[in-house]
Structure formats: C-alpha cells, structure tokens
Design a protein around this ligand. Sequence first.
Ligand code: DQA
Length: 148
Amino acid sequence: MKFLVINGPNLNRLGQRDPGIYGTKTLSEIESLLQERGKDLGVEVTAFQSNSEGSIIDHIQEASPGLSGIIINPGALTHYGLSLRDALADAGLPVVEVHLSNIHSREQWRAHSVIAPVALGQISGLGWRGYIAALEILAAQCKEAPQK
Ligand code: DQA
C-alpha cells in the first residue's frame, strides 16, 4: 500500500513560518515521522511539496495510478484551489485533508475549504500529529476496503 503526502504553498517554510501557529517541526521532520509510522503500518509513504498548484496537479496525475490514498495539506489552496479539488476528485482515491492550525478558529476566509467535499474527512488544529492521525485512519480504512 502506498500513500502520497502532499503539502501545498508555503509549507516548505514549516519550522520558521509562524511557529506559534504551525509549530516548530520542519516539513522534512514531519515527513520522516510519517515514513517511520508508515513502516509500522506496512504503508509506503512518499512526500511531495510545491508552492505551485499546477505542479501539485501534475504530480497527482502522474502518481495516482500507483497509490492507495492521499493525505494533503493544501495550504491556502484549501480556500480557492478549484483545479486542485478537480484533480483530487479525478484521482478517485481516498483523500484526507490535514491542517496544522484550526482553520475554523482563525480568519473567517480560512474556515471554508473547497477541498473538503472531495475528502473522506478533515483534520484541523492538531499540529503535526494531525498528519500521523490521517495516516493511521487512511491505512485502517484501506485495509478494511482494499482498493489497490
Ligand atoms: C494551513 C491553513 C491555511 O489556511 C494556510 O493558508 C496554510 C496552512 C494549516 O496547515 O493550518 O498555509 O493549511
């Protein structure tokens, strides 16, 4: 079973970007934690980050035939990335949306996600552990209803 973890714009800055909101772990630390947890769960975890919506869509289109699921923190694309939403829907894979911060307790514009309707569910406000929870839940769901 192989999962892709996608991080969108500005998430390459984790560790330095607003640590009071997004925490102090870097993206590569979070990706390593996911890969370690993936080993315990028997899941191969690959990671991709881009600041460009088009590059994320290209990557989803290329990678999705070999995947069982996607974990995505779309960054600000969450709120307006309709092309990203269409690409995720087209991939036909289970998707879990993750946010480090609680998007429902911040500015009003952050509370709306255009990605949520094409996701199994959303984890928001639990910091880096939200990615681990997403991995565990997605692995459990895929084992119950294997697709690939
Ligand atoms: C975020 C929340 C978004 O509103 C923001 O634009 C981000 C990060 C989060 O992880 O909390 O870049 O997705």
